[in-house]
Design a protein around this ligand. Structure first.
Ligand code: C2E
Ligand code: MG
Ligand code: MG
Ligand code: MG
Length: 294
Protein backbone atom coordinates (compact mmCIF):
# COMPACT_ATOMS: atom_id res chain seq x y z
CA UNK A 1 0.00 0.00 0.00
CA UNK A 2 1.19 3.50 -0.72
CA UNK A 3 2.42 5.14 2.45
CA UNK A 4 0.25 7.72 4.17
CA UNK A 5 2.39 10.54 2.86
CA UNK A 6 2.62 9.04 -0.57
CA UNK A 7 -0.49 10.62 -1.96
CA UNK A 8 -0.37 14.23 -1.08
CA UNK A 9 3.19 15.37 -1.00
CA UNK A 10 3.80 15.92 -4.63
CA UNK A 11 1.80 16.54 -7.74
CA UNK A 12 4.85 15.96 -9.85
CA UNK A 13 4.39 12.24 -9.58
CA UNK A 14 1.91 10.55 -11.87
CA UNK A 15 -1.03 9.39 -9.79
CA UNK A 16 -1.87 6.53 -12.14
CA UNK A 17 -0.29 3.82 -10.05
CA UNK A 18 -2.51 2.04 -7.66
CA UNK A 19 -0.97 -1.23 -6.77
CA UNK A 20 -3.33 -1.97 -3.93
CA UNK A 21 -4.94 -4.92 -5.68
CA UNK A 22 -3.41 -5.80 -8.99
CA UNK A 23 0.15 -7.05 -8.75
CA UNK A 24 1.22 -4.96 -11.75
CA UNK A 25 3.63 -7.58 -12.89
CA UNK A 26 4.53 -5.53 -15.91
CA UNK A 27 5.77 -2.77 -13.67
CA UNK A 28 7.62 -5.26 -11.47
CA UNK A 29 9.48 -6.55 -14.47
CA UNK A 30 10.27 -3.02 -15.52
CA UNK A 31 11.62 -2.31 -12.07
CA UNK A 32 13.74 -5.46 -12.28
CA UNK A 33 15.07 -4.21 -15.59
CA UNK A 34 15.70 -0.73 -14.19
CA UNK A 35 17.70 -2.32 -11.38
CA UNK A 36 19.69 -4.52 -13.72
CA UNK A 37 20.67 -1.63 -15.95
CA UNK A 38 20.76 1.04 -13.26
CA UNK A 39 19.90 3.69 -15.81
CA UNK A 40 16.40 4.76 -14.73
CA UNK A 41 17.11 4.95 -11.02
CA UNK A 42 18.51 8.04 -9.35
CA UNK A 43 19.14 9.36 -5.91
CA UNK A 44 18.09 12.90 -5.23
CA UNK A 45 19.44 14.71 -2.20
CA UNK A 46 17.60 17.00 0.17
CA UNK A 47 19.44 19.23 2.62
CA UNK A 48 19.07 19.03 6.37
CA UNK A 49 19.80 22.35 7.99
CA UNK A 50 20.55 24.10 11.24
CA UNK A 51 17.49 26.14 12.03
CA UNK A 52 19.55 28.92 13.58
CA UNK A 53 21.60 29.87 10.52
CA UNK A 54 20.48 27.62 7.69
CA UNK A 55 23.84 25.83 7.54
CA UNK A 56 23.80 22.49 5.78
CA UNK A 57 24.36 19.64 8.25
CA UNK A 58 23.34 16.61 6.22
CA UNK A 59 21.70 15.34 3.06
CA UNK A 60 18.94 12.76 2.79
CA UNK A 61 19.17 10.49 -0.24
CA UNK A 62 15.75 9.91 -1.79
CA UNK A 63 15.23 7.30 -4.45
CA UNK A 64 13.69 8.22 -7.79
CA UNK A 65 12.57 6.06 -10.68
CA UNK A 66 12.47 7.89 -13.98
CA UNK A 67 10.22 5.57 -15.92
CA UNK A 68 10.59 5.88 -19.69
CA UNK A 69 6.82 5.79 -20.24
CA UNK A 70 5.26 6.89 -16.96
CA UNK A 71 7.68 9.61 -15.90
CA UNK A 72 8.83 10.03 -12.31
CA UNK A 73 7.37 7.34 -10.07
CA UNK A 74 7.20 8.04 -6.35
CA UNK A 75 9.20 5.79 -4.03
CA UNK A 76 6.06 5.62 -1.90
CA UNK A 77 4.60 3.63 -4.80
CA UNK A 78 7.45 1.49 -6.06
CA UNK A 79 9.18 0.63 -2.80
CA UNK A 80 6.18 -1.35 -1.52
CA UNK A 81 6.16 -3.06 -4.92
CA UNK A 82 9.83 -3.93 -4.59
CA UNK A 83 9.19 -5.26 -1.10
CA UNK A 84 6.34 -7.47 -2.22
CA UNK A 85 8.25 -8.92 -5.12
CA UNK A 86 11.58 -9.66 -3.55
CA UNK A 87 13.49 -6.76 -5.08
CA UNK A 88 14.06 -4.73 -1.95
CA UNK A 89 17.43 -6.20 -1.06
CA UNK A 90 18.88 -5.36 -4.48
CA UNK A 91 17.21 -1.97 -4.48
CA UNK A 92 18.55 -1.25 -1.02
CA UNK A 93 22.03 -2.37 -2.02
CA UNK A 94 21.85 -0.15 -5.09
CA UNK A 95 21.02 2.83 -2.86
CA UNK A 96 23.93 2.06 -0.53
CA UNK A 97 26.39 1.77 -3.38
CA UNK A 98 25.11 4.85 -5.17
CA UNK A 99 25.17 7.04 -2.06
CA UNK A 100 28.71 5.95 -1.23
CA UNK A 101 29.89 6.51 -4.80
CA UNK A 102 28.43 10.00 -4.56
CA UNK A 103 30.21 10.69 -1.28
CA UNK A 104 33.47 9.58 -2.84
CA UNK A 105 32.88 11.87 -5.83
CA UNK A 106 32.01 14.84 -3.63
CA UNK A 107 35.15 14.28 -1.62
CA UNK A 108 37.25 14.31 -4.79
CA UNK A 109 35.52 17.51 -5.90
CA UNK A 110 36.05 19.18 -2.52
CA UNK A 111 32.32 19.52 -1.90
CA UNK A 112 30.85 20.03 1.58
CA UNK A 113 31.67 17.04 3.79
CA UNK A 114 28.31 16.43 5.39
CA UNK A 115 26.86 13.01 6.09
CA UNK A 116 24.43 11.47 3.64
CA UNK A 117 21.47 9.67 5.19
CA UNK A 118 19.85 6.75 3.44
CA UNK A 119 16.43 5.26 4.14
CA UNK A 120 16.50 1.66 5.23
CA UNK A 121 13.37 -0.40 4.67
CA UNK A 122 11.91 -2.95 7.06
CA UNK A 123 12.84 -5.73 4.69
CA UNK A 124 16.48 -4.74 4.67
CA UNK A 125 16.40 -4.87 8.45
CA UNK A 126 15.07 -8.39 8.67
CA UNK A 127 16.70 -9.96 5.65
CA UNK A 128 20.02 -9.56 7.36
CA UNK A 129 22.17 -8.48 4.43
CA UNK A 130 22.32 -4.88 5.52
CA UNK A 131 25.44 -5.11 7.67
CA UNK A 132 27.54 -6.87 5.06
CA UNK A 133 26.29 -4.65 2.22
CA UNK A 134 27.21 -1.55 4.22
CA UNK A 135 30.64 -2.84 5.19
CA UNK A 136 31.45 -3.90 1.63
CA UNK A 137 30.27 -0.57 0.23
CA UNK A 138 32.25 1.51 2.70
CA UNK A 139 35.39 -0.47 1.89
CA UNK A 140 34.86 -0.31 -1.86
CA UNK A 141 34.43 3.45 -1.88
CA UNK A 142 36.82 4.30 0.93
CA UNK A 143 34.21 6.13 2.98
CA UNK A 144 33.96 6.04 6.75
CA UNK A 145 30.74 4.94 8.42
CA UNK A 146 30.30 8.36 10.08
CA UNK A 147 29.46 9.78 6.68
CA UNK A 148 26.57 7.38 6.02
CA UNK A 149 23.57 7.83 8.30
CA UNK A 150 20.74 5.32 8.47
CA UNK A 151 17.10 6.40 8.68
CA UNK A 152 14.94 3.61 10.05
CA UNK A 153 11.23 4.20 9.86
CA UNK A 154 9.47 3.93 13.19
CA UNK A 155 7.04 1.28 12.00
CA UNK A 156 9.96 -1.14 11.57
CA UNK A 157 10.15 -1.35 15.33
CA UNK A 158 6.70 -2.96 15.33
CA UNK A 159 7.50 -5.39 12.57
CA UNK A 160 7.98 -8.76 14.18
CA UNK A 161 9.91 -9.99 11.19
CA UNK A 162 12.64 -7.54 12.09
CA UNK A 163 13.16 -9.36 15.39
CA UNK A 164 14.98 -7.54 18.11
CA UNK A 165 16.76 -4.89 16.12
CA UNK A 166 18.39 -3.16 19.09
CA UNK A 167 21.56 -5.28 19.05
CA UNK A 168 21.86 -4.98 15.28
CA UNK A 169 21.49 -1.22 15.36
CA UNK A 170 24.01 -1.25 18.20
CA UNK A 171 26.58 -2.93 15.97
CA UNK A 172 25.96 -0.49 13.12
CA UNK A 173 26.22 2.50 15.41
CA UNK A 174 29.38 1.15 16.99
CA UNK A 175 30.87 0.94 13.52
CA UNK A 176 30.15 4.66 13.27
CA UNK A 177 26.87 4.98 11.38
CA UNK A 178 24.65 7.72 12.77
CA UNK A 179 21.13 6.38 13.30
CA UNK A 180 17.80 8.17 13.10
CA UNK A 181 14.21 7.10 13.63
CA UNK A 182 12.25 8.31 10.61
CA UNK A 183 8.59 9.36 10.60
CA UNK A 184 8.73 9.61 14.36
CA UNK A 185 5.31 9.77 15.99
CA UNK A 186 3.40 7.89 13.31
CA UNK A 187 4.42 4.30 13.99
CA UNK A 188 2.14 3.67 16.96
CA UNK A 189 5.00 2.10 18.77
CA UNK A 190 5.69 2.36 22.47
CA UNK A 191 8.10 5.02 23.60
CA UNK A 192 9.96 2.39 25.59
CA UNK A 193 12.13 1.65 22.60
CA UNK A 194 13.76 5.05 22.91
CA UNK A 195 15.47 3.77 26.03
CA UNK A 196 16.71 0.58 24.43
CA UNK A 197 17.77 1.67 20.99
CA UNK A 198 21.10 3.25 20.18
CA UNK A 199 19.96 6.42 18.42
CA UNK A 200 21.24 9.83 17.40
CA UNK A 201 18.19 11.56 15.96
CA UNK A 202 14.44 11.56 15.79
CA UNK A 203 12.87 12.78 12.59
CA UNK A 204 9.58 14.30 13.57
CA UNK A 205 7.08 13.36 10.89
CA UNK A 206 5.69 16.01 8.58
CA UNK A 207 2.18 15.11 9.76
CA UNK A 208 2.89 17.08 12.96
CA UNK A 209 4.52 20.01 11.20
CA UNK A 210 1.95 20.57 8.47
CA UNK A 211 -0.66 22.43 10.54
CA UNK A 212 1.77 24.42 12.70
CA UNK A 213 1.56 26.91 14.26
CA UNK A 214 -2.26 27.05 14.39
CA UNK A 215 -3.13 23.49 15.35
CA UNK A 216 -2.93 23.39 19.13
CA UNK A 217 -2.75 19.62 19.36
CA UNK A 218 0.16 19.42 16.92
CA UNK A 219 1.86 22.31 18.68
CA UNK A 220 1.54 20.42 21.98
CA UNK A 221 2.85 17.18 20.47
CA UNK A 222 5.84 18.89 18.88
CA UNK A 223 6.63 20.68 22.14
CA UNK A 224 6.41 17.44 24.11
CA UNK A 225 8.63 15.52 21.68
CA UNK A 226 11.25 18.25 21.82
CA UNK A 227 11.21 18.25 25.63
CA UNK A 228 11.46 14.48 25.77
CA UNK A 229 14.27 14.38 23.22
CA UNK A 230 16.24 16.93 25.23
CA UNK A 231 15.95 14.68 28.27
CA UNK A 232 17.09 11.69 26.26
CA UNK A 233 19.88 13.67 24.60
CA UNK A 234 18.56 12.98 21.14
CA UNK A 235 18.54 15.50 18.33
CA UNK A 236 15.23 16.23 16.65
CA UNK A 237 14.90 17.14 13.02
CA UNK A 238 11.55 18.47 11.84
CA UNK A 239 10.49 17.05 8.46
CA UNK A 240 8.52 18.87 5.81
CA UNK A 241 9.08 22.45 6.92
CA UNK A 242 7.46 24.55 4.22
CA UNK A 243 6.64 27.92 5.72
CA UNK A 244 8.33 30.65 7.67
CA UNK A 245 5.54 30.44 10.28
CA UNK A 246 6.38 26.76 10.83
CA UNK A 247 10.05 27.58 11.07
CA UNK A 248 9.41 30.34 13.59
CA UNK A 249 7.26 28.07 15.73
CA UNK A 250 9.95 25.38 15.68
CA UNK A 251 12.64 27.88 16.58
CA UNK A 252 10.64 29.16 19.56
CA UNK A 253 9.97 25.57 20.63
CA UNK A 254 13.71 24.83 20.66
CA UNK A 255 14.01 22.61 17.61
CA UNK A 256 17.50 22.88 16.18
CA UNK A 257 17.35 20.96 12.88
CA UNK A 258 15.01 21.23 9.93
CA UNK A 259 14.38 19.71 6.52
CA UNK A 260 11.78 20.76 4.01
CA UNK A 261 10.89 22.69 0.89
CA UNK A 262 11.41 26.01 2.70
CA UNK A 263 15.11 25.15 2.76
CA UNK A 264 15.62 22.90 -0.22
CA UNK A 265 13.87 20.45 -2.50
CA UNK A 266 15.39 17.07 -3.17
CA UNK A 267 17.79 17.65 -6.09
CA UNK A 268 19.85 15.49 -8.43
CA UNK A 269 23.53 15.40 -7.48
CA UNK A 270 24.56 17.51 -10.49
CA UNK A 271 22.19 20.27 -9.47
CA UNK A 272 23.63 20.33 -5.96
CA UNK A 273 27.15 20.42 -7.33
CA UNK A 274 26.24 23.31 -9.60
CA UNK A 275 24.75 25.19 -6.64
CA UNK A 276 27.82 24.59 -4.54
CA UNK A 277 30.14 25.70 -7.30
CA UNK A 278 28.10 28.81 -7.94
CA UNK A 279 28.18 29.56 -4.24
CA UNK A 280 31.95 29.15 -4.09
CA UNK A 281 32.60 31.37 -7.05
CA UNK A 282 30.40 33.97 -5.37
CA UNK A 283 32.79 33.82 -2.41
CA UNK A 284 30.45 31.92 -0.14
CA UNK A 285 31.28 30.47 3.24
CA UNK A 286 33.48 27.37 3.27
CA UNK A 287 30.61 24.99 3.84
CA UNK A 288 29.38 26.38 0.58
CA UNK A 289 25.83 25.63 1.36
CA UNK A 290 24.09 28.13 3.55
CA UNK A 291 20.50 28.64 2.69
CA UNK A 292 18.69 31.89 2.46
CA UNK A 293 15.74 30.86 4.57
CA UNK A 294 15.92 33.91 6.78
P1 C2E B 1 10.79 9.97 4.10
O1 C2E B 1 12.05 9.21 4.34
O2 C2E B 1 10.03 10.40 5.31
O3 C2E B 1 11.22 11.18 3.20
C1 C2E B 1 10.65 12.45 3.25
C2 C2E B 1 9.67 12.66 2.11
O4 C2E B 1 9.08 13.95 2.26
C3 C2E B 1 10.32 12.66 0.74
O5 C2E B 1 9.36 12.17 -0.17
C4 C2E B 1 10.56 14.16 0.50
O6 C2E B 1 10.66 14.49 -0.88
C5 C2E B 1 9.31 14.73 1.10
N1 C2E B 1 9.48 16.11 1.56
C6 C2E B 1 10.60 16.71 2.03
N2 C2E B 1 10.36 17.98 2.40
C7 C2E B 1 9.05 18.19 2.16
C8 C2E B 1 8.19 19.34 2.34
O7 C2E B 1 8.58 20.41 2.79
N3 C2E B 1 6.89 19.18 1.97
C9 C2E B 1 6.40 18.01 1.47
N4 C2E B 1 5.12 17.98 1.12
N5 C2E B 1 7.19 16.92 1.30
C10 C2E B 1 8.48 17.01 1.63
P2 C2E B 1 9.76 11.09 -1.26
O8 C2E B 1 11.11 11.40 -1.80
O9 C2E B 1 8.62 10.96 -2.20
O10 C2E B 1 9.90 9.76 -0.43
C11 C2E B 1 8.80 9.17 0.20
C12 C2E B 1 9.22 8.05 1.08
O11 C2E B 1 9.75 6.97 0.32
C13 C2E B 1 10.33 8.42 2.06
O12 C2E B 1 9.78 9.10 3.17
C14 C2E B 1 10.87 7.05 2.41
O13 C2E B 1 10.05 6.44 3.38
C15 C2E B 1 10.71 6.31 1.10
N6 C2E B 1 12.02 6.30 0.41
C16 C2E B 1 12.58 7.22 -0.39
N7 C2E B 1 13.79 6.81 -0.83
C17 C2E B 1 14.01 5.60 -0.27
C18 C2E B 1 15.08 4.65 -0.31
O14 C2E B 1 16.13 4.86 -0.94
N8 C2E B 1 14.92 3.49 0.39
C19 C2E B 1 13.78 3.25 1.12
N9 C2E B 1 13.71 2.07 1.78
N10 C2E B 1 12.77 4.11 1.21
C20 C2E B 1 12.88 5.28 0.52
MG1 MG C 1 13.69 9.45 5.43
MG1 MG D 1 10.96 10.93 7.01
MG1 MG E 1 8.06 11.07 6.62
Amino acid sequence: AAKRHGRNHSQRFRPALDMQDSPQLGLVNELRHALATGTQLELHYQGQHHLADGALVGLEALLRWRHPRDGMISPADFIPLAERHGLMASLGNWVIDQALAQLARWRRLGMPEVPVWINVSALQMFQGELESALAAGLARHGISAERLGLEITESVLLDERAGDIAPRLGVLRERGHPIAIDDFGTGYSSLGYLKKLPLDKLKLDRAFIKALPDDRADAAIVGAVLAMARGLELEVIAEGVETIAQRDFLRAAGCSLVQGFLYARPLPAERLEAQWQEHESAGGSPDGARVAAE
